[in-house]
Design a protein around this ligand. Structure first.
Ligand code: UN1
Length: 510
């Protein structure tokens, strides 16, 4: 497999961005380097915005919010529907940008755009369903109800690995909820952010009577993120990324009693039980462990396999791994694209070295080099075979490393699964109904996502997405996640003409 000749991809990325409405030269002249991991080449060098610029964006978004919150929710939904339509029209171009900037294979680049289209559809429906409860009052002639109101400016901080979809989850819900959004994308995925933002702005421009600053983009590193976390006009910060990032952001927001939705590190496992359909399990494991080159929050990192199956499953996995097409994600047939950068490759090598020194047998993990492209980092997915899980398996390494750990009885498998600091996604492959039910029960997986007969990755937008423990506890996307983007008011309405007090309290002023 070869890579496209030097110069081709930067030119392609620039022309795609232009076709999507991005004025790249207006952002250039700084030191934030936009790269494609496909060849490692630089595409552009963008200017970072200052904390004062971030404050300006928040103020604009706040002013827009004051008008936007009064627009009827179904009308807000119309804008989100138009956005979804525009994304459908530009799906191929935006999907290719994701491929070029995040290194995802084509179907995953397109899938990422589809994920925003899906959440737009979901949010449009939601725009007519932001309903609260009516509650029986203990007082005669009184009624109690709950009203959900728009919250304000939502700060959205996203990671490189889902450079469009995670913003989409947050933005589509926030917009129908009547909030405005200030988005700080990863410095490693600025081009995708500029393209999404341009598509959003063009959509909104077709509604000239509506406030135009409800979706703002700020480009910058940690200082920009900190400015967003600290700003008193940002009642909610939704942050996706490493646990390290969450530890920096969360206390800052909490210090001013702001709210957070945190979606941080995962260390996701699959249990393979004796009754599992092994053909299905091998396919599910391969997608979850090596898809997106191991760079999903939901990537399968630990395989907890019944000792009786271990040798057979390992043999089948190794043979599947041996024939994995690794290379340019632009080529049809490729399944494993590049790591995001050299630092990711080094982190992978360090984790493999630690695995060896802690007693694992390691297969794979070598670099695949392409002559003339020293800055492109492709790696063979690795398998680490353990007798008993070593310390390194407790950490998330954002690379295709699968730790294989044997178990003997079901309780032990669940205990291994839960014995890590993170709690995002988990799964079990079994045809034993009782085992499946125990896995999803209160005494089973402690994760935010617990699946049966599919891997831990690749969730649909309809469910609430997020996890427990060091994953941060936030929920985004489907189900009733929208409630986090609104404020709840409890209203007691007295139509009795008298003033009875609750709990039988007497307070007669004569
Ligand atoms: C992430 O990696 O931050 O469930 C999000 C999945 C995707 C979303 C991943 N739908 O794998």
């Amino acid at each position: 497999m070869t890579l496209p000749p030097p110069g081709t991809l930067p030119e392609r990325a620039r022309s795609l961005a232009k076709s999507l409405g991005v004025d790249l030269p207006a952002h250039e002249g700084g030191d934030l380097v936009v790269r494609t991991p496909v060849t490692g080449e630089a595409i552009a060098r963008l200017k970072a915005q200052s904390p004062a610029d971030v404050a300006g964006a928040v103020e604009r978004a706040h002013a827009a919010f004051l008008a936007w919150r009064l627009v009827p929710a179904p009308r807000r939904g119309e804008v989100v529907r138009a956005f979804g339509e525009r994304l459908r029209a530009h799906k191929a171009a935006l999907g290719e940008i994701v491929t070029l900037e995040a290194g995802k294979i084509r179907s995953e680049g397109l899938g990422e755009v589809q994920e925003i289209i899906d959440i737009c559809d979901f949010a449009v429906g939601l725009s007519r369903q932001l309903h609260g409860l009516t509650i029986a009052s203990e007082r005669p002639g009184h009624r109690m109800m709950e009203t959900w109101h728009p919250l304000g400016v939502v700060g959205v901080i996203t990671a490189f690995n889902f450079p469009a979809a995670v913003w989409g989850w947050n933005a589509a819900l926030a917009f129908v909820c009547g909030d405005s959004v200030v988005w700080k994308p990863s410095e490693k995925a600025l081009l995708t952010a500029l393209c999404c933002h341009a598509i959003w702005k063009t959509t909104l421009a077709a509604f000239p009577d509506l406030p135009q600053d409800i979706g703002e983009l700020v480009i910058g590193g940690a200082p920009a993120g900190e400015a967003l976390a600290d700003h008193p006009r940002v009642p909610l910060v939704s942050a996706t990324g490493s646990t390290r990032m969450g530890r920096l952001v969360a206390p800052r927001v909490a210090a001013r009693f702001g709210r957070t939705i945190l979606e941080l590190g995962g260390n996701n496992a699959a249990i393979v039980a004796p009754s599992a359909d092994l053909d299905l399990a091998v396919r599910g494991i391969a997608f979850s462990a090596v898809g997106t080159a191991g760079q999903r929050c939901t990537t399968l990192r630990r395989l907890i396999v019944h000792a009786s199956l271990r040798d057979e499953l390992l043999a089948r996995l190794k043979s599947a791994y041996a024939s994995l097409p690794i290379g340019s994600p632009l080529e049809a047939g490729t399944l494993v694209g590049p790591l995001i950068d050299g630092a990711a490759f080094e982190a992978m090598q360090a984790a493999l070295m630690a695995s060896r020194s802690q007693g694992a047998t390691v297969t794979g993990g070598a670099r695949r080099e392409f002559a003339g492209f020293g800055e492109a980092f492709y790696a063979e997915p690795a398998i680490c075979e353990w007798g008993e899980a070593g310390e390194v398996t407790r950490h998330e390494t954002f690379a295709p490393i699968l730790h294989v750990i044997p178990y003997r009885d079901f309780d032990e498998a669940v205990a291994i699964q839960n014995d890590v600091p993170q709690g995002l996604a988990s799964s079990i492959f079994t045809r034993d109904l009782a085992e499946a039910e125990r896995f999803v029960s209160a005494a089973g997986s402690d994760c935010g996502i617990a699946n049966v007969n599919i891997g831990p990755s690749g969730a649909e937008i309809g469910g609430a997405f997020g996890g427990e423990k060091e994953t941060g506890g936030g929920r985004e996307s489907g189900s009733d996640s929208w409630k986090a983007y609104m404020r709840r008011a409890t209203n007691t309405i007295n139509y009795s003409g008298a003033l009875p007090l609750a709990q039988g309290v007497k307070f007669d002023i004569g």
